[in-house]
Design a protein around this ligand. Structure first.
Ligand code: TPP
Length: 629
């Protein structure tokens, strides 16, 4: 290995082409060290990125980006790509406020062809790019890089269907590591691992040969019959037959950490006239032992100590996800009808405890949000009590299923929308900003959001008893650290909670209740007395308490961590209108329907004026403008 560092000499992919394989291997080691060092400070998708260092080097070595277009599925594995495409200096501020996004970002670089964040989109986008290339009479390559986890998403099959139909020149790199975030699931995953092992075909072939050897005197007819049998076996078992039959040439499996094999395979694929899939076998967390041993923990890591792999500041307060997961596990112990469903996020949604205790009542359906909801509808119709735990941002995929398969039939499916509100470091594709707006108008649905982790437990309990579709939204990260009640308590649908009395009204929905209380305390010091209501429900609203308080108020403020358009504030306005309360001045605080910067949730809240100080200031200003002060 050269004592000189190579990485600082790489200002763009063209610099790679001058390197030998040995130098590329040294570069791979330097990139790994840089990624580990950076992510240990910033947090990020460590295991996935360490798994594709050689693959990314080989792609940029063989192809000519930005002329050739590389589309990353999910995009969480693009750190090496960023380091090779002119962003080394900025890399130290990965996922930090004002810094680099952890996903492809067209605004950052011409090498980022397609912004991603949600899974299973690369094949469709790449096909679009390939068709456009041909129509524009251009000649570049289009390469989609997709993980085996992302191949569990239905949209990937819709794309494969059309790719096999159109037979456009398109390269698919299947990054196979047997993992989604958790071990990958499903029949296709089983098929892919079968291809990698290759053993059944070899075993069957050996058995066929030995049968032939043991009966040599039967002659050609038998040999021909045996060959036909072998052909049939080959057809059934030969690697890649699934893709071949779809019209996609299959190459593999390839050692995904051998630069030599990767470069050779990609060079061969470069000139192939139709769709071609290269099946690369990689290892998540490659080169960093703690991540290799526990790729799930290091899929999306918070800052950690490099020598031990332990988080730098393990949270002391229970997270909302865990409070939810524990509540479902506790309720599941006495109610066998409860079934828990996740779309590839067992750990993230806190369902691991339930999964361990009830393997037969827990389903990881893969990255298949639409299917998860439809599947739950089937369970509910048969009298079971499904809870579908999906992050707010990912449930967007299943809007139609929630509407048609659940709400129209008024089925008692409980949706747990984790990561609702500002999510932070993962950037625009992961903000849980839209769920209030995309659910609020659906028939029969009950929408609720707890003020803290203890109330979340009571909401989970209550949700299973309403007999209607219910969506509970709660944020990423720690709760408030409040004590948890041992007994579950039923909260009647639509019942709000008055937390402090006052003349004018501040109605908050969900985890921002604590921000509303803090702002109200600050304003009280200045002599402004605001009543604070924990709305608990966005639908139905409390149509007894709220109109009564509203009639006495001069001003009503609403606060939510969701987009204001069609959000909670709008619901309150409509409710006042329904109850003929027209007098009070009205102001809603919430998220703009916009793209927020990347950074810590506190930083983003401050920029958007949703922290307690900014809120108090905005309320004070409003009073002044209305001449109420
Ligand atoms: C629609 C959607 N659902 C869930 C996720 C969360 N998620 C991010 S990466 C990932 C696993 C992806 O697995 P794979 O494609 O195999 O990539 P790997 O991390 O193994 O390299 C999941 C479930 C997502 N990004 N998009």
């Amino acid at each position: 290995m050269s004592p000189e560092k190579i990485l600082p000499t790489i200002s763009g992919p063209e610099d790679l082409k001058k390197l030998s394989i040995k130098e590329l291997a040294q570069l791979a080691a330097e990139i790994r060290a840089r990624i580990i060092e950076t992510v240990s400070r910033t947090g990020g998708h460590l295991a996935s990125n360490l798994g594709v260092v050689e693959l990314t080097l080989a792609l940029h070595y063989v192809f000519d980006s930005p002329r050739d277009k590389i589309v990353w599925d999910v995009g969480h594995q693009c750190y090496t790509h960023k380091l090779l495409t002119g962003r080394q200096k900025e890399f130290s501020r990965l996922r930090q406020f004002g810094g680099l996004l952890g996903y492809p970002c067209r605004e950052e670089s011409e090498h980022d062809v397609y912004n991603t964040g949600h899974a299973s989109t690369a094949l469709s986008a790449a096909l679009g790019l390939a068709v456009a290339r041909d129509r524009n009479r251009e000649n570049h390559n289009v390469i989609a890089v997709v993980g085996d986890g992302s191949l569990t998403g239905g949209v990937a099959y819709e794309a494969l269907n059309q790719i096999g139909h159109l037979r456009e020149r398109l390269i698919i790199v299947l990054n196979y590591n047997e993992m989604s975030i958790s071990p990958n699931v499903g029949a296709l995953s089983r098929y892919l691992s079968y291809l990698v092992s290759g053993q059944p075909y070899l075993r069957i072939k050996e058995q066929a040969k030995s049968v032939l050897r043991s009966i040599p005197k039967l002659g050609w007819p038998l040999i021909r019959a045996a060959r036909a049998l072998e052909d049939m076996i080959k057809k059934t078992f030969f690697p890649g037959i699934f893709f071949k039959e779809l019209g996609i040439r299959y190459i593999g499996p390839i050692h995904g950490h051998s630069l030599h094999s990767l470069i050779e395979a990609l060079e061969n694929a470069r000139n192939y006239p139709g769709p071609i899939l290269i099946h690369c076998v990689t290892q998540k967390g490659r080169g960093y032992r703690p991540a290799q041993l526990d790729p799930e923990k290091f899929h999306s890591a918070s800052p950690f100590n490099i020598s031990t792999g332990q988080p730098l500041s393990p949270g002391k307060k229970m997270s909302y996800s865990r409070a939810f997961g524990e509540a479902v596990a506790e309720l599941g112990r006495s109610d066998e009808k409860i079934i828990a469903i996740t779309a590839a996020m067992t750990d993230g949604t806190g369902l691991n405890r339930f999964a361990e205790e009830n393997p037969d009542r827990f389903f990881d359906v893969g990255i298949a949000e639409q299917h998860a909801v439809n599947f739950a509808a089937g369970l509910a119709i048969a009298g079971l009590k499904p809870v579908v735990a999906i992050y707010s941002t990912f449930l967007q995929r299943a809007y139609d299923q929630i509407f048609h398969e659940v709400c129209l039939m008024d089925l008692p499916v409980v949706f747990a929308l984790d990561r609702a509100g500002i999510v932070g470091e993962d950037g625009p594709t992961h903000q849980g900003s839209n769920d209030i707006a995309y659910l609020r108008h659906l028939p029969n649905i009950i929408l609720m959001a707890p003020k803290d982790e203890n109330e979340l437990r009571h909401m989970v309990y209550s949700a299973f008893r309403y007999g209607h579709p219910v969506a509970i939204r709660f944020p990423k990260g720690p709760g408030l650290g409040v004590p948890l009640d041992k007994e579950f308590r039923f909260i009647p649908a639509g019942q709000a909670e008055l937390l402090r009395p006052g003349q004018d009204l501040l109605i908050a929905y969900g985890h921002v209740v604590s921000i509303a209380l803090e702002a109200a305390r600050k304003l009280q010091e200045e002599g402004l007395l605001l009543a604070v209501v924990n709305a608990r429900f966005a639908r139905p609203l409390d149509e007894i308490m709220l109109p009564e308080l509203a009639r006495k108020a001069r001003v009503i403020f609403t606060l939510e961590e969701g987009v204001i358009e069609a959000g909670f504030g709008s619901a309150v306005r409509e409710m006042l209108d329904r109850n003929q309360v027209y007098q009070p001045a009205f102001k809603s605080f919430g998220l703009p329907a916009d793209i927020y910067p990347v950074g810590k949730p506190e930083e983003i809240r401050k920029v958007l004026g949703l922290d307690a100080d900014s809120l108090a200031e905005a309320i004070r200003d409003f009073y002044k403008k209305q001449k109420l002060l």
